[in-house]
Design a binder for this molecule. Structure first.
Ligand code: ATP
Length: 346
């Protein structure tokens, strides 16, 4: 039995809109999810990606039982997550990056103890798990602080610990690293990789941070306007770049990077003295380098492989051509074997 089964799930929102529009246009309808199918097995670590407003959080809400779909069916370890909320709560752990499940006026430690009692954890198990979580997330430095006084990074770490304390089979993480500094992100990723390494959990991660996905998620589900645009391996998705490489050029003296007019070369990003170009397959790196070196004094030229960020950028910009060409091989619905089963820690 898959850990999560989503069959033909749709969800629409009706909003009344501003008064001056309401009279003219009537209520507006947004299709947040449109006949979504998804199956996730225990041991999988899935990155749920998509542009702002694509429907990711709605899908997470439906899968966690916080929201009832208009059509379709959801089963989480065989349970209807909305009808069976109490039993379902024992199986799942959830974090929402912007919100907390800690009791605002209590110390973080008190929230953990309440959760310990709610889940009926034996004292020894609780102590061992808190020690393990403390090793990864450095919680003891601030777990005597009232939740309302925790910094964002401290609060997110406590929320993550609270979500996994009862060792749920399923973990839904909505933007768990949003607003975190590099070191705290590393701590969170290390903890998640360790959890994934056990193979005992199904983890769904929603994030706009591609580095999280590259580090943690062997499988990607890409949502676009409420529909599944891609479901396959991270390697399949980056392969969609078709061998397109990325080059970062940095000029000496902080001068703006040059515009390189060459067939198959496109400027992707300009950030002061650093410019990132995309090189289509077949473009000679040596010719590109010669052009750049002739244009100005260069501090560094860094040729990189295909970046997930670039692939997503072109898909989000509406270029689905490579995706459509890839779809039959990449879709686990067509070929379940294409899906990776074991997560690989970074
Ligand atoms: N409660 C609601 N009422 C009305 N519309 C809603 C509601 N919740 C979500 N929507 C709409 O449904 C669509 C999907 O929203 P959702 O929050 O699932 O997107 P998302 O992919 O999580 O986006 P983001 O990356 O910005 O968090 C959006 O157009 C959003 O405006």
């Amino acid at each position: 039995m898959p850990a999560i089964e989503v069959r033909g799930v749709s969800k629409r929102f009706r909003s009344r809109g501003p008064l001056f529009r309401r009279r003219k246009e009537g209520p507006r309808e947004t299709v947040a999810l449109d006949r979504v199918d998804l199956e996730i097995g225990t041991g999988e670590f899935v990155g749920l990606l998509g542009q702002n407003g694509a429907g990711k959080s709605t899908l997470i809400r439906v899968m966690t039982g916080l929201m009832v779909p208009d059509a379709g069916e959801v089963r989480v370890l065989g349970l209807d997550p909305n009808r069976d909320q109490v039993r379902n709560a024992r199986n799942i752990g959830v974090t929402f990056g912007q919100r907390t499940q800690l009791w605002w006026d209590l110390r973080a430690r008190d929230s953990f103890e309440i959760l310990r009692d709610m889940y009926g954890l034996p004292a020894a198990t609780y102590t061992r798990r808190m020690r393990e979580l403390d090793d990864f997330l450095g919680l003891s430095a601030f777990w005597d602080t009232q939740a309302r006084h925790l910094s964002l990074g401290q609060r997110v770490r406590c929320d993550l610990a609270a979500a996994v304390l009862h060792r749920p089979v399923l973990l839904f993480l909505d933007e768990p690293t949003i607003g975190l500094d590099i070191l705290v992100k590393d701590q969170v990723r290390a903890m998640l990789a360790d959890l994934a390494g056990t193979g005992d959990h199904a983890i769904v991660l929603t994030t706009h941070d591609v580095a999280d996905v590259e580090a943690l998620c062997p499988r990607i589900v890409l949502i676009d306007r409420g529909r599944t645009l891609f479901d396959g391996t991270l390697a399949d998705l980056t392969g969609i770049g078709g061998g397109r490489r990325t080059v970062v050029v940095e000029l000496a003296g902080g001068r703006a990077a040059p515009e390189v007019r060459m067939p198959g070369v496109r400027l992707l990003e300009l950030d002061g003295a650093r410019a990132t170009y995309a090189l289509e397959p077949g473009v000679s790196q040596a010719r590109f380098a010669a052009r750049v070196l002739a244009a100005d004094e260069v501090r560094a030229i860094d040729f990189e492989g295909v970046r997930l960020e670039d692939v997503l950028r072109s898909i989000y910009a509406g270029d689905h051509s490579a995706l459509n060409a890839q779809r039959p091989a990449a879709s686990p619905a067509a070929s379940p074997a294409a899906r990776p089963s074991a997560p690989t820690p970074p």
